[in-house]
Structure formats: C-alpha cells, structure tokens
Design a protein around this ligand. Structure first.
Ligand SMILES: [Zn+2]
Length: 263
C-alpha cells in the first residue's frame, strides 16, 4: 500500500521542523551542517521517511524519546533507530496494529479530511533494529550536537534530547499537555518528578517541544507540573479519584496517573 505524505511540516527556525502526523503526534527534524536527526517517527501511517527526505538530503540518525507505538511506529521506514534499553521491551510490545487503529479511529472521527484507511495499521514491512541509546550520548550533526538525557517517567526508558545550537529540548511525552504516568512500564511519580526537575534545569529559555500538541511547553507549565508531582508524592494516601486529574487553564497542563504507582 502506498502511504500518504500529506502531513504538516512546520519550520520552527534554526534548522528545526515539526512534522505533525495528522494532529496525532509530533516528530522533529534537526538539521546540522553535515548530518540531520529525526526525533521520533510517528505512527507510521504516513510515509515519514519521504516527508523527511523532502526537507533534507543529509545522512539521517533516528532517535526515539520513548518506545510507545505513536513515537516508534514510523520506525518501519528505517533500518535502525536509537532507543533507551529500558524501553526495548516496550518497543516489542507496542508495535501493535490494534493500538494504531485506536489512534486512527480518533483521528478519522475528528478529522475527516485526513482520513486514512484502517488497513494502513496492518502494513508493517519490517521492524527496525533497536540500537541502545544512553544518558550522555551525543550526536554531532556539524555545527550543532543533539545530547541525550535519561529522564524516566512516562516510560521507564524515556529520554530528553537537547540541541546545543538553540538549547531547545525535545521531551517526547514525559512532560506535556497530558502527562500520563499510568501506562504499563511507566516509572513511579517519584522517579518522574526527579526527571521533570532535571528537565527544568536543562530548560534555559529555549522552547520545550513535546510529542503532542502544537504549542511548546513553557517553563511555567513545567513548574506547575512539578508542583503537582510534589503534591502527589507527598499525598501517597490520598484517594486516587479525588486527584486523578489536575488542571489549570483548559486543558493544559495536567497529570494522569495511577495511585498504585505513587510511592
Ligand atoms: Zn507515550
């Protein structure tokens, strides 16, 4: 089946693009003078590789913030991708056409103009080889380097990337407009909180680009999330349904968690 390439590519300046797969998930392309890297690959409903090739012809390294289907699914377009080893198991489990169909259903019902055939969920030519990605790994693209920071939380192998040219952070789903900590193989809220604080220390005044939603997370949003994280950790015996979701201005940001994960 021929896949579509009609997805949005939004130039963010300084050689960075946001590639938005049907308003479901964001990938980011960072281009240096000699090489480029793709941060996350989307669901793979669209031909992400063709979209990336329309933006750069430089040698490409594929980096994954965490191994959920909507970030790793487009890995089918590449022979190998870098993933933190703590997420290798998740990578094997999450490559699931039914999960993909669920995302597609959300997308098709809300956004008819982007409707994609459900058959696309079952098209999987091969799986990429997973290469280990560790804290401190740096990818020199020429004139800029993409650094890796281990930030477990949303998944036990979540990482954050930092671009040295702009200071921009790419956080995947670890902190964002819907910070979910209840999925299988998520870390505890306590572990997530340390990672969120680490992200805040890295943040400087540069944008924090997230896996979902178009607007970057602000430092204020991140501080708000950290504040709630502290409340959740301190209130380990609070009935979960009472504080299941916290939010300020609709609908951004909030934390969703499972009480059993609070230590
Ligand atoms: Zn995720």
């Amino acid at each position: 089946m021929k896949r579509r390439t009609d997805i949005e590519r939004i130039p963010l300046g300084e050689g960075i693009w946001q590639i938005n797969e049907y308003d479901l998930v964001n990938c980011y392309l960072v281009e240096g003078e000699e090489k480029a890297c793709l941060i996350d690959t989307g669901l793979g409903l669209a031909d992400i590789a063709a979209v990336v090739r329309s933006l750069t012809d430089k040698p490409l390294t594929v980096l994954i913030t965490h191994a959920h289907e909507d970030h790793l699914g487009g890995g089918i377009w590449y022979p190998e991708v870098f993933v933190h080893p703590a997420d290798f198991r998740t990578a094997k489990l999450s490559v699931n056409p039914f999960v993909k169909m669920w995302y597609m259903h959300m997308q098709n019902s809300k956004r008819k103009r982007h409707a994609v055939s459900y058959l696309a969920a079952f098209q999987r030519e091969y799986k990429p080889k997973l290469l280990p990605l560790n804290d401190g790994d740096a990818f020199d693209l020429g004139g800029r380097t993409v650094e890796t920071y281990f930030t477990p939380g949303h998944s036990v192998g979540s990482v954050t990337f930092r671009d040295t040219r702009t200071g921009a952070l790419f956080v995947g789903d670890n902190v964002g407009q819907l910070t979910t900590l209840q999925y299988p193989r998520a870390a505890s809220v306590e572990v997530w909180l340390k990672s969120a604080e680490k992200t805040l220390r890295l943040a400087e005044d540069a944008p924090i680009y997230t896996g979902h939603g178009k607007r970057p997370l602000s430092k204020d949003d991140l501080e708000t999330l950290i504040g709630w994280g502290k409340v959740l950790v301190a209130a380990g015996n609070v009935k979960p349904n009472k504080v299941k979701t916290k939010r300020t201005e609709q609908p951004f940001p909030r934390i969703v968690y499972r009480s059993s994960r609070i230590k």
